[in-house]
Design a protein around this ligand. Structure first.
Ligand code: HEC
Length: 147
């Protein structure tokens, strides 16, 4: 009887040891960024983006010419760069300029002092869909001449 118990005990230990070995081998590898991945913004709704642009009063600092669109005139003219022609820039660049204080700016003459943007923070006022749509709206700006 005693012998039998110790055999059972020994095989249990063996089974547990084997299981943990297999377990270790099957442990998931730490996640890796898949090759070829990069951040892309989904396509948005330019019409909804126009509404956000108007509601947020982006036009008060940024002039933008969009075929078939009439926007209210900017009150503080030139406070921000004119965004006409920004349709040539990638969606991701435009999105980043809105959500993160700029350290670099595409518009010549609008340098950012000490990495701080003068544009102000919109992250608490825009939801993700609104950001996507506003970018779609900016992508409708007139293309710069010759492009
Ligand atoms: C108070 C004025 C002001 C308002 C309002 C404002 N901006 Fe700006 N914006 C700026 C200034 C100044 C810059 C350039 C320097 C910087 O980033 O602060 C800028 C930069 C940008 C750029 C990048 C320009 C570049 O050359 O890289 C984008 C895109 C932009 N703004 C979009 C928007 C949108 C969309 C809104 C509304 C949600 C908005 N801005 C509201 C002043 C403003």
């Amino acid at each position: 009887m005693k012998e039998r118990i110790s055999v059972i005990f020994a095989s249990c230990v063996l089974a547990i040891a084997t299981a943990s070995l297999i377990g270790a081998a099957a442990a998931p590898a730490p996640p890796k960024v898949p090759q070829g991945w990069n951040f892309t913004l989904p396509e948005g709704d330019a019409k909804a983006g126009k509404t956000v642009f108007l509601n947020m009063k982006c036009y008060s600092c940024h002039a933008i010419e969009i075929p078939g669109e009439k926007l209210p005139p900017s009150r503080s003219k030139g406070a921000g760069p004119a965004l006409t022609g920004y349709s040539a820039l990638p969606k991701e660049y435009l999105a980043e300029s809105i959500i993160k204080p700029h350290t670099i700016v595409a518009a010549p003459g609008y340098t950012v002092k000490e990495g701080r943007a003068t544009m102000g923070e919109y992250n608490h006022f825009l939801n993700v869909q609104e950001l996507i749509d506003i970018v779609a709206f900016l992508k409708h700006g007139t293309k710069p001449e010759g492009k």
